[in-house]
Design a protein around this ligand. Sequence first.
Ligand code: NAD
Length: 485
Amino acid sequence: MTDLHINGVWVAAHDGAEREIICPADGTVFKKVDEAGPADAQAAIDAARSAFDSGWWTQISVIQRGAILERTGDLIEERLEEFAQAESMDTGKRIVEARYDIADSIRCLRYFAQLGPTFSGRSVDTGDSHIQSRVQYEPVGVAVLITPWNYPLLQAVWKVAPAIAAGCTFVLKPSELTPSTSIMFMQALVDAGLPPGVGNLVLGAGASIGETLTSSSKVDMVSFTGGLETGKRVMASAAATIKKVALELGGKNPNIIFADADLEAALDNALTAIFLHSGQVCSAGSRLIVEQSIHHSFLQEFVERAKKIRLGGPFDESAETGALISEAHRNKVHTFVEKGVSEGAELLCGGEIPEGPGYFYPPTILANCTTHMSCVQDESFGPVVTIETFTTEEQAIALANDTYYGLAGAVWTQDAGKSQRVANALRHGTIWINDFHPYVPQAEWGGFKQSGIGRELGPNGLLEYLEAKHVYHNTSPAPSGWFGA
Ligand code: NAD
C-alpha cells in the first residue's frame, strides 16, 4: 500500500523516496513509509485548492459534514486497538496511554460533528427597518495542518475535525517520525465518505516540504502544533501572503503547591504532571513551585517516588512510562540537564542515559532552581522537573508568570478564595485547580505569550477555520445625495 493521499488517490512519492520508522522503545526499524517531496506537497495543495474552489464541498450541508466526522469516529472505535498499537509503536508510549489518546480522538470528532451545525451566524439590529444586516460564517479555504509526534492522532483530529466541520479543504502533514495513525485516520475519513481532494495527506520532513506548504499563495491558513522555533519559521513563511496562522507551541508550565493543599493528591499528581509520557507533553508540569514551609518533606517524598517509576516499552505491562521519541531528542534532553547543573541546579535523581536499547531517560529532578536558569525558562520536552520555593501568594504568582511561555499551570490549595485569586492572576491558557492535565473538547486549549496564537477545541477552535462575513442589505435603495447629480 502507498501512503500519501492526494486528490482521492493513495500514491507513492513522486521521486520514490521512503522513510524508515523506528520504534523508540528498542530503536528498531519496523516499517517504511512513502516520503513526500516538494512536488507531492504542491500536488496536495493543488488538489485541496481545486476541491475548495469548485464550490461543491462548501455546498454540502454542515449536517452532512458532521455525519462524516461521526462515521469516522465510529470506524476508529471499531479498530481502537489497532490504532492504539500503531500509536504505541511509533511513539514508544505505553499501550494503555495510547488507548486513552485514541478514545480522546473519537470524542473530539464527535464534539465537532455536533458543534458545526450550531454556528449559524447572527442578524444585527441596525435601527433602520430598511436595512437587513447579518454576519455569516464561511470556511477560511485551504488549510495546511502540521502536527507533532507526541500525540499524533489526537493532534491531527484537533485540526482536521474543525476544518471539516467548517467546510475547509486541507493538507495534513504529521510528524515524519510518527505517521502511522495519520495514514489510518485518512483511510477512515475516506471510508466515512470524505470526497476526493477535500482531505490530503503528505508525509515528510518539515525541512523538505514545510516551506512549500506554508508559503504557497494557494493556501489560506496554516494551523501548526510544534516547537517554538519551528513556529517562528512557519509564521515568517506564512507572512509573505498574510495567511491566517494558528500556532500551538511549547510550554514551561508551573505547578504551584501551597502548604494547605491536600498534599497526598498534590504529590501524586505532581509526578503525573511531569513524568506522564516521559514529559513529552506540551502542558507538562515542568516547574514545581512549592511553599517553603513544606518544601523539605514534599521534595523528599517526590524524589523517592520518582526514583521508583518503571520505564518500559509499549507492551510492557509493568511499565509506568515509556521512551523518548528519538536518540537526538534524548541527547537534547541530557544536554539540557547538564546545562542546568552547570548553572547551579542540584541534581536529585536521574540525569544519566541508561544502558541498553531504546531511547529511555530516567525521571530527573533539579532542585534549588531560580528563574534566571535556562532549565527553569526553557522547555526540555523530557522527564525533567525544576524545583523552586516561595513564601507568599504574590511570590508564587510572580514566579509562575516569570516565563516567556503561557500554556498551562496548576494551583494546589484547599482555600477556595486563594485558588481563584491565583487562577485569575496566572497568564497561562489553561489553569487547573487541584488537578493536572485533564482537558475536555468543549473547552478551548491554547497559549498566552509565546505558547501560541489562537485556540484549538471549544467554539473558538471551530472559529479558527471560519471567516466572519458581514452582509448589509439596503431593501429601499435611494440616492445618498452626498455629491451633486
Ligand atoms: P517540531 O517543531 O520539531 O515539529 C512539529 C511539526 O512541524 C512536524 O510535523 C515537523 O515535521 C514540522 N516542521 C518542522 N520544520 C518545519 C518547517 N520549517 N516548516 C513547516 N513545518 C515544519 O516539534 P516536535 O518536536 O514534533 O514537537 C514537540 C513540540 O511541540 C514541543 O515544543 C511541544 O511543546 C509542542 N507541542 C505543543 C502542543 C500544544 O498544544 N501547544 C501540543 C503538542 C506539542
